[in-house]
Design a protein around this ligand. Structure first.
Ligand code: ADP
Length: 332
């Protein structure tokens, strides 16, 4: 006979990786079912990274197998589904870090356990193959569908840059760009709950038709702190509003200069501009990313800083967490 109290005690002796409470007490584990020598339970692994999930699964199996009378432990892992959600990342103009944010947001979401894919729709300068270290790789097709390329960072991705020669897409007119984007969005994204789409910068017809045709669930707007960039950001916000796409919030990039030598933060472009603008526009402020040489160096080397540890990686993780909360809220 198995002592149910021993099972409960063993589950509560394992700390929840997020909350630190016992697994039963914190609600991570369901009430176990005991039949003969078999113990079965469900573990809610929402929000955990793949390694954390595996470690928890192993810890539970080991702890329960050690209890007298237990001959078999069955653990079913479950996670709250957020559904396939398209999130557009836009900016009023180029060079503000829209592609950098898209890549790092995708990596940070992946690290948080979200099944995420990345689409690079920037016809003017598709830079995701370089940022995600998939340069030179061509997606294969199965039937009519493209198969996304797997980046070494665990995020599947497709870029216009993988479909055309460098520089070729710039000459595209609206319909051609729209068709190419459709190919990317209609690819085989099975297994992805969230798609991050790096849009072309600016607020022209191409952007508007892309947004209207493939209506994203929400848009993240990137801006630098300068007034001028913010005026551009306001135009980008109007573009999404025109197409009835809700704005998730504003991200301020290059927000303060983080000195690589002394670690001091200074503000060559001023600070808090985007936060103020967000408040004035009644939009959530999602966070700020400092101006730091490591971001450019790591990005150019195909190693998004969100893959690492430390302050910069944490900034991206915080924005990813806000985005996940927003998606959950939308899904009710
Ligand atoms: P966009 O997609 O808006 O055109 P990018 O993401 O390509 O902009 O960024 C433009 C350049 O600025 C790139 O060289 C990138 O590495 C660099 N960059 C972006 N954000 C930062 C930052 N926070 N700190 C330092 N360099 C950055």
């Amino acid at each position: 006979m198995i002592d149910p109290a021993a099972i409960s005690a063993a589950l509560n002796a394992i700390p929840d990786p997020e909350k630190g409470t016992g697994l039963l007490a914190g609600g991570r584990a369901s009430a176990p079912r005991i039949a003969d020598g078999r113990v079965s339970l469900m573990l809610d692994v929402t929000g955990l990274t793949a390694p954390a999930r595996d470690a928890l699964d192993t810890a539970v199996k080991q702890a329960l197998s050690a209890i007298p009378g237990v001959t078999e432990v069955r653990v079913a892992l479950t996670a709250e589904k957020v559904g396939r959600t398209i999130i557009a990342v836009g900016s009023g103009k180029g060079g503000v870090g829209k592609s950098t944010l898209s890549a790092n947001l995708a990596v940070a979401l992946h690290r948080a356990g979200v099944k995420v894919g990345l689409i690079d729709a920037d016809i003017y300068g598709p830079s995701q193959p370089r940022l995600m270290a998939t340069e030179g790789q061509r997606p294969e097709a199965e039937g009519q569908k493209l198969i996304p390329v797997m980046s070494p960072h665990g995020v599947p991705m497709l870029s216009l840059g993988q479909l055309v020669k460098p520089g070729q897409a710039v000459a595209w007119r609206g319909p051609m760009a729209g068709n190419a984007l459709s190919q990317l969005l209609d690819a085989d994204w099975s297994g992805c709950d969230v798609l991050i789409v790096d849009l072309p910068p600016g607020t022209g017809d191409i952007q508007l038709s892309m947004i209207q045709k493939h209506k994203p669930a929400g848009a993240v707007i990137v801006s630098t702190p300068q007034d001028l960039a913010l005026i551009d950001a306001t135009r980008a916000i109007d573009l999404f509003r025109q197409a009835d796409v809700p704005i998730v919030g504003l991200v301020e990039n290059m927000a303060g200069y983080l000195c690589p030598h002394c670690g001091e933060v200074s503000d060559p472009f001023g600070t808090g501009g985007a936060e103020k603008a967000a408040a004035q526009l009644g939009l959530p402020f999602l966070g700020r990313i400092p101006l730091h040489i490591d971001i450019r160096i790591a990005s150019d080397a195909g190693a998004p800083p969100a893959t690492g540890e430390g302050m910069i990686s944490n900034s991206f993780a915080a924005i990813a967490a806000s985005l996940t909360d927003w998606i959950k809220q939308q899904k009710g």
